[in-house]
Design a protein around this ligand. Structure first.
Ligand SMILES: [Zn+2]
Ligand SMILES: [Zn+2]
Length: 485
């Protein structure tokens, strides 16, 4: 596959360092609050990359950390009068709830910062020994940025320009404003660990370097994260790891784009801030996951509830088509027919195009376009009175169904039983429209009775009443079903 490598600023053919083994590290959450839609995007993007690499036959060691000690966690803990560890534990639990709902597979390893303090102290000591870091009288340890020649190469920053914008804050004992903390001396009331430099705790950037080295044979094949992490976090990881090991830290750097809300930057102060919970209170998790895959992962993604509603329609079309294929395949007699050569050729091409889209820098938006082409192909078979009942039609339906299942396993969407999902989707839409399904059922029963009694005026009146509630009725041989208009 070809992957866009931030380090090289171009797409490159992806080749793992060790045969078929892929070491992939993605920066995880800082556990101090509920996850927002930006976290959802990053999680879904790297979940699809993980699934795709496995689908292509790679043996993937996927490492995703938890930052469970940090300024933000300590601040939150002080606000609510709890221990930092309690806050971290609570929000790691909430994170899993959201991730499970979004159908995110668990990584191979999920290391926590606080469980790797000795590794971080050892890495800091190595950097001091090599002249890349120094301890201050008050017990902080800083990385000496100018001692690392390649600083700025990942994010494309120039060190002199960075220098001109940097200041040393009052009370800091840095030698150079560019230097960043590897280890922070404990302030009163903060959690701390013993170290050669006194009581303190690790800086944020250090953990990813220490845990990458512990759980993978460096260089990492892929290091990922949101675009907002490229600088300073990832730049500092590169400096720490490469200065300590003398080896490249990661061969491919993959960054997903921002999420914007109605074309504006998302922020708590603008009041346009959505947690995953806010969204899943109104929409099914799969709708959100599908929506996140409708844009290329590097493009900015513009979130709005209108856009989510559009995505919901797309997902409904996919499941409705899968449902129809199931219904067609339930036929027990099939007629002999000539081989539908042209349609089979079309499907061959679609399979190829889907694979090409995914191999081209994980182009899920393009891949979804081919999913819709496959659905339209199934629709054309279903509309052809002869073909749909023939063995050729059966084979096409079966193959489209198998393709869709294969694609679903890579994208992590439309994996559910279609009939079951469509009912859930209907109830979700009904809830948003303020429709009470029990009331609808009651009216449908009354309508069935009226029809039995041949009271057509009454049955029509009930139908009108349902229409006024935004409910449409479908009469089927098994009885009436309903949907939200
Ligand atoms: Zn990181
Ligand atoms: Zn496949």
């Amino acid at each position: 596959m070809r992957l866009y490598n931030t380090l090289k600023r171009r797409k490159e053919e992806f080749t793992p360092a060790h045969n078929n083994d892929v070491n992939m590290y993605v920066c995880g959450i800082t556990a101090y609050d509920l996850c927002h839609i930006g976290h959802a995007r990053s999680s879904v993007v790297f979940d699809v990359l993980y699934r795709y690499l496995k689908h292509e036959g790679y043996d993937v060691n996927f490492i995703r950390n938890f930052t469970d000690i940090d300024d933000k966690i300590i601040k939150r803990a002080n606000e609510v009068g709890k221990e930092a560890s309690e806050i971290a534990e609570k929000f790691i639990g909430e994170f899993y709830v959201d991730m499970d709902r979004l159908n995110i597979e668990r990584p191979s390893v999920e290391p926590k910062c606080t469980e790797h303090i000795p590794e971080m102290i050892a890495l800091t000591q190595r950097l001091i020994d090599k002249g890349h870091a120094y301890a201050t009288p008050s017990g902080d340890v800083y990385f000496k940025v100018r001692s690392f020649e390649g600083y700025g190469k990942l994010s494309g920053r120039n060190i002199d320009e960075l220098e001109s914008g940097a200041r040393i804050a009052p009370g800091e004992e840095k030698e150079d404003p560019l230097d960043f903390a590897l280890w922070k001396a404990a302030k009163p009331g903060e959690p701390f660990w013993e170290s050669p430099w006194g009581k303190g705790r690790p800086g944020w950037h250090l953990e990813c370097s220490a845990m990458s080295e512990k759980y993978a044979d460096l260089p990492l094949d892929i290091h990922g994260g949101g675009q907002d992490l490229a600088f300073p976090h990832h730049e500092n990881e590169v400096a720490q790891s490469e200065a300590a090991t003398g080896k490249p830290f990661a061969n491919y750097w993959v960054h997903n784009g921002f999420v914007q809300i109605n074309s504006e930057k998302m922020s708590k102060s603008l009041g346009n801030f959505f947690t995953i919970r806010d969204i899943l209170a109104k929409f099914l998790p799969e709708t959100l996951r599908y929506f996140l895959l409708t844009m290329h992962y590097r493009s900015p993604l513009d979130f709005s509830f209108d856009a989510l509603e559009e995505a919901e329609k797309g997902l409904k079309r996919i499941y409705s088509a899968l449902n129809q294929i199931d219904e067609e395949l339930a036929r027990d007699k099939w007629k002999k027919s000539p081989f539908p050569e042209e349609l089979v050729k079309e499907l061959d091409d679609l399979e190829k195009h889907f694979a090409e889209a995914m191999a081209d820098d994980l182009n899920t938006a393009g891949a979804l376009g081919h999913v819709f082409s496959a659905i339209r192909l199934a629709g054309r078979v279903a509309e052809d009175k002869n073909l749909r009942k023939s063995e050729g039609g059966r084979d096409l339906f079966a193959r489209i169904k198998a393709d869709m299942a294969d694609w679903a396993s890579v994208l992590g969407i439309f994996e559910r039983k279609p009939a079951e999902f469509l009912l859930e989707l209907r109830d979700s839409r009904a809830a948003r429209a303020g429709i009470d399904p029990a009331k609808v059922r009651e009216l449908l029963d009354a309508r069935a009775q009226a029809r039995k009694d041949k009271d057509f005026a009454r049955s029509d009146a009930i139908r009108d009443e349902l229409a006024a509630m935004q409910v449409e009725v479908h009469d089927t041989p098994q009885g009436a079903t309903w949907d939200v208009l």
